[in-house]
Write a protein of this length. Sequence first.
Length: 163
Amino acid sequence: MEVVSQMAPNKPWNADRALEIIEEIKEIEGPLLPILHELQEEFGCVPESVLPMIAHALNLSRAEVHGVATFYHDFRREPAGKHVLKLCGAEACQSMGGDHIAACAEKGLGIKVGSTSLDGQVTLEHVYCLGLCAVAPAAMLDGRVVGRVDERRLQGLLAEARK
Ligand code: FES
């Protein structure tokens, strides 16, 4: 099972633009998450250095902003590699062999989940439910979701991610 969606390329990090984004969004109700999402959307990451800027603009403590930014797995501290392979680590997928698939992916790429290959080609991440529990274990490569991931299908995804 495959569903295709488009990922927009991210722009290089720019603190002035980040400040603009924060200023644009800060007046709405509950601005913290929308700001983090917009920064991630624009730059592909929410670097540590922007957290004090957000805290200052929203009159929050750095710890509060840091707590929210680190709670959600989707907010990265550094830009991702060229390809992002997300493996579902939630319950249904775990019970269908998701841990084994994650171990195979780590072995195949020579990196741990949560990191990027040295050549910047592939970022391997956990995600917690892709909504494909019925066809677990599930994965997502660059926004395209794939169900019933077995070792053979994983090898195909790894080969694609290395291109
Ligand atoms: S638990 Fe993996 S897709 Fe829902």
